[in-house]
Every structure is written in structure tokens, then in C-alpha cells.
Write a protein that binds this ligand. Structure first.
Ligand code: FAD
Length: 522
């Protein structure tokens, strides 16, 4: 069967080379339980991502029915004399074509297409109440994991702000949100993985078993293997969330409060469960897709607050609770808020079910979709900035380069490095506390060039150049580079380990070539 597949791919490559149309029947010969497609609609959808900045058409798309299908395809690629690469694609929510390939097959890990084709879904989530974990397929979306675990009154501990992302996609990066200060990123909350390496081997790995592979894959940008299954840590699910936002006009006070809040840790500590924040550089706040929380009946006029350098900062915090403890939640929140130095009377509070809080960004997505504002280019820039330089970043970027204009939410919140496992592949600044700064921008054709893609992309370059010139050792999160030299610089001390692991687990460099770190050896 493998040889038939190789032959088919060889034919495909040849057909592509001479510019003829692909014959769909050719790839049906593949000996997998799932389905291989080179239907233009499937190929087209695998050639795009959320960023809307890049396109690359794969030779074919595989909808796997099992981990064995994934292993069979990767093994074929590894052993192929003709050469093709393989990219796992979760929900395609990358910005810069990271899940794309031009010279190979995209394995569509997430989505219902496979089910519509009559394929069985590769393994639904399996919860262990006794050991407080859930085993999930690598293409499962976090929203579906949450729904499954809530049936048992349980939930994962660490989240992303948006839940329509795949397990494999976020674990290949880190997976961060306001719980990371306390629980670490999602990659710190995985007990075990099942992975198909670049040699086509299907292996289980954990801190105890095949630990090098386990750590390589977590935050490994898809370079070492395709995650087919993950065992995720669970906790008792809270029932409700008290969600609070308070405003600051002074950056130092804002960051001091954020850092104070993330220093409160441990099981017994009175602390918030989620700490985030965002920057308000213009009056766009009210229209901003992350700010639906501020109601039009909002008693505080944002414009009436005297902002330092025209910029305001919003601290966003939550306290989870069970309905049986509803009687004490007000006092607990009040006691915590008392220690903070936000602008008096700038407090906005709401209370909602846990699932509604976790799924909050999806509501904003639906609103943007209704206005045709979701499928637009997204030149996002995400940085980890060391705590010691965050003031310089504020002055140079929020109050400088951005020029009181934004094109989407700007998130900023600190994390504790001791919650990140240094053995994992992801890189973070070398300080005990660092901030994530996420410029989540949408490019629009409004006639105003400052909303346009070119302007925003140029601004991203300016921000990166500013960090370089000022010696701010920021690291990109969801990194994007085009030369290996830049990647070597990005990984710094970790590069030798990263490239050694690549040699071991994907020696032909066939996996996730869309990251543009290594060149395939065919
Ligand atoms: P894809 O884009 O499909 O793939 C990303 C990379 O992972 C590719 O290199 C791909 O080859 C690889 N990959 C995919 N599946 C697998 C697998 N099973 N095994 C191995 N490699 C695989 N991130 C955060 O941390 N926190 C947030 O709050 C957050 N919010 C977001 C909100 C939105 C609206 C969007 C668009 C993105 C957000 N992200 C956030 C970023 C997101 O986590 C990453 O882009 C992630 O990669 C998306 O997952 P995906 O399933 O769409 O991955």
C-alpha cells in the first residue's frame, strides 16, 4: 500500500510540475482508513489560515481516521525516494502559514469534514475522574474538550482566551491565558503525549518515558512529531466566575498591581484565578472586539479619565467560585481589590457561568463574522517582554510607535517563569517574570492607510527594530522568521538542543515546513 501511495504522490508531483490538473482518483489508492483528497475546496482551505497573509497549496489533504493513518503517511514521506513533506493542521489559526506546505500533504487533524465523509471520529475525549485527566485526540478543539469534561464536573486548568483552537496547535506553541501565572501554560499541564515522529514511529512519551521527545514536542512548533493524543490535567470545574475590570492611567501602578497579583500563589493563598490586562491607546476601546464587557450604560466616561500620555490600562481579573460559596464571594473579591491602586470608581463587574467566561471570545467572533470583519488579514505580533524592560516598551511602543492608534486589542499581562518547564522547546526571556504583549490587529480597507495591512506590518517591523535597538531581549510568541539565522537567534542557548532533537526525531526535515526553520533534505 505504501508503495502505491508513493507512486501516487510521484504522479501528483509530476502533474503539478507540468501544470496539469490533478486527477482525484490517483490519491484514492492510499492505504489509509481515512480519506485523501485533492478536491480544490479541500486543498484551498488547507492553503489558507487565520492570518490571511500567506497561501500555499498542498499536493493533497489527508483526513485521518486514526493515529495509524498519520503514522502511515509520515512513514511514507520519510521513506520516499521522491520526497514530500507533511504538515499537521489543527484549526488553521496560525498567522503566517505555519501549518501550510507546498511540497507535500496537509493532515487535517481538526474539523468535521472527516465525519461528513463517513469516517469515524478519531477517538472522542476520555475522562478519568479518578486520576483527574482527559485523553484527547490531537485535533480536538479546546471547546469540545471543555464540554466533555464538564459532564463530569471537571475542566482543564490552563486555557487560551479563545477555545476554537486545537490541542496539537496550542501545545506546539505554549497555550497561554490569564491562568498561566498560576498553573503555567497549557504545555505545563500535559501528563502524557502520543506522537508520530518524523520517521513515522508512533510513540508515547511523558516526563518518565521518552522524555526527550515529550519535552521537544511541547512548544516545539510541530518540528519533532505530530501529536495524535494528549493526556491533559483536570481540576474540579468552578460553576461561576466573578469578572472584574479596573482602569489605570499610570503604567507603573498598573504593572505593580499585576505583578503583585501574580506573586500570590499556592493552594491556600487568597488570589484571583485569572490575571490579564490590556492597553487602550485610543477611543477605539468601545468598538474593540475584546471590550464587549463595557456596557453602553457604563457609568464611567472613558474619555473623562486623564490618561498618562494618552494611554489607559485595564486590569482584567476573575475569581472562580461554586454556587454553594456564593455568600462569601463579594467579601473575597473586595478584600483582594482593596490591595490594588486602580482609578477609583473605574470598576466594572459582571458574574457569569464558567463556560460563558471561558468561551467569551467566540461571542465576539460571531459579532465580527456578522459584520464580515473576521476573515480579514491579521498581522498579529506577540512578544514576551522581560519585566525589567516593560516600562521602556510602554514608552517606546504604546506611547510612541503606535501613535495613539490601534487596530485591535493589545493584551498585556505578566507570567511567572517558574511555571514554565525549561526542558520544553518554547523560549521565554531570562527573567523570573515576563510579560506577554499581544497586538491582535485586523487590517481593513477603509481608505485610511493607518488601518491597512502595509501600515500595520511596517509598524510590527518598527516595534521589533525598537526592541533590537534598545537591547530589549524580547522573544516572539507564535514566532515567525524567514531565515535560519533568525531562528538561531530566537532560540539562543536552546538552539543546539533544538537542532539536535530535530536530527533525532525528524532527520529528513519533513514536518511542519511552514514554520521555515529547517529545509527538507530532498
Ligand atoms: P494550526 O494553525 O493549525 O497549526 C499551528 C502549528 O502547529 C503548525 O506548525 C502546525 O503544523 C502545528 N500543528 C498543528 N496540529 C498539530 C499536531 N497535532 N501536532 C503537532 N503539530 C501540530 N494562543 C494562545 O496561546 N493564547 C490565546 O489566548 C490565543 N488566542 C488566539 C485567538 C485567536 C482568535 C487566534 C486566531 C489565535 C489565538 N492563539 C492563542 C494562537 C493559537 O494558539 C495558535 O495560533 C495555535 O497554533 C492555533 O491552533 P491551531 O489548531 O489553529 O493550529
Amino acid at each position: 500500500m505504501a508503495s502505491k501511495f508513493l507512486l501516487t504522490l510521484a504522479i501528483c508531483r509530476l502533474i503539478v510540475a507540468v501544470g496539469l490538473t490533478l486527477d482525484p482518483t490517483e490519491l484514492l489508492l492510499l492505504g489509509v482508513e481515512g480519506q485523501v483528497s485533492h478536491d480544490p475546496a479541500d486543498v484551498g482551505s488547507a492553503s489558507r489560515d487565520f492570518g490571511g497573509l500567506k497561501t500555499a497549496e498542498p499536493l493533497a489533504v489527508l483526513y485521518p481516521a486514526s493515529a495509524d493513518d498519520v503514522a502511515r503517511l509520515v512513514k511514507s514521506a520519510y521513506e520516499s525516494a521522491y520526497g514530500f513533506d507533511v504538515s499537521a493542521r489543527g484549526h488553521g489559526h496560525s498567522i503566517n502559514g505555519q501549518a501550510m506546505t507546498r511540497n507535500g500533504v496537509v493532515i487535517q487533524m481538526s474539523g468535521s469534514k472527516g465525519t461528513r465523509l463517513g469516517l469515524r471520529k478519531p477517538e472522542p475525549p476520555r475522562v478519568s475522574e479518578k486520576f483527574m485527566y482527559v485523553d484527547v485526540w490531537g485535533g480536538e478543539l479546546w471547546i469540545d474538550v471543555l464540554r466533555s469534561t464538564l459532564e463530569y464536573g471537571l475542566a482543564p486548568k490552563s486555557w487560551t482566551d479563545y477555545l476554537y483552537l486545537s490541542i496539537g496547535g496550542t501545545l506546539s506553541n505554549a497555550g497561554i491565558s490569564g491562568q498561566a501565572f498560576n498553573h503555567g501554560p497549557q504545555i505545563s499541564n500535559v501528563y502524557e503525549l502520543e506522537v508520530v515522529t518524523g520517521k513515522g514511529e508512533l510513540l508515547r512519551c511523558s516526563k518518565e518515558q521518552n522524555s526527550e521527545l515529550y519535552h521537544a514536542v511541547l512548544g516545539g512548533l510541530g518540528q519533532f512529531g505530530i501529536i495524535t493524543k494528549a493526556r491533559i490535567a483536570l481540576e474540579k470545574a468552578p460553576q461561576r466566575v466573578r469578572w472584574i475590570r479596573v482602569l489605570y492611567s499610570n503604567f507603573t501602578t498598573f504593572t505593580q498591581d499585576q505583578e503583585y497579583l501574580i506573586s500570590l500563589q499556592g493552594r491556600q493563598a487568597q488570589k484571583f484565578d485569572y490575571v490579564e490586562g490590556f492597553v487602550i491607546v485610543d477611543e477605539g476601546l468601545i468598538n474593540n472586539w475584546r471590550s464587549s464587557f463595557f456596557s453602553p450604560r457604563n457609568p464611567v466616561k472613558i474619555s473623562s479619565i486623564k490618561a498618562d500620555g494618552g494611554v489607559l490600562y485595564c486590569l482584567e481579573i476573575t475569581k472562580n467560585y461554586q454556587e454553594s460559596n456564593a455568600g462569601t464571594i463579594d467579601q473575597e473579591v473586595e478584600a483582594l481589590l482593596k490591595k490594588l491602586n486602580f482609578i477609583p470608581a473605574s470598576e466594572f463587574t459582571t458574574d457569569l457561568p464558567y463556560i460563558d467566561f471561558l468561551d467569551r471570545v467566540h461571542k465576539a467572533e460571531l459579532k465580527l463574522r456578522a459584520k464580515n470583519l473576521w476573515d480579514v488579514p491579521h498581522p498579529w505580533l506577540n512578544l514576551f517582554v522581560p519585566k525589567s524592560r516593560i516600562e521602556d516598551f510602554d514608552k517606546g511602543v504604546f506611547k510612541g510607535i503606535l501613535g495613539n492608534r490601534t487596530s485591535g486589542p493589545i493584551l498585556i499581562y505578566p507570567m511567572n517563569k517558574n511555571k514554565w518547564d525549561e526542558k520544553n522547546s518554547v523560549v521565554t526571556p531570562n527573567e523570573s517574570v515576563f510579560y506577554v504583549v499581544a497586538l491582535l490587529r485586523s487590517a481593513l480597507e477603509t481608505g485610511d492607510e493607518t488601518h491597512g495591512l502595509e501600515y500595520l506590518s511596517h509598524q510590527n517591523h518598527q516595534i521589533l527594530q525598537f526592541c533590537k535597538d534598545e537591547g530589549i531581549n524580547a522573544k516572539q510568541y507564535l514566532p515567525h522568521y524567514t531565515t535560519q539565522q533568525e531562528w538561531v537567534h530566537h532560540f539562543g542557548d536552546k538552539w543546539t538542543q533544538f537542532s539536535t532533537r530535530k536530527m533525532e526525531f525528524d532527520p529528513r526535515h519533513i514536518l511542519a515546513t511552514g514554520q521555515r526553520i529547517f529545509t527538507p533534505s530532498f
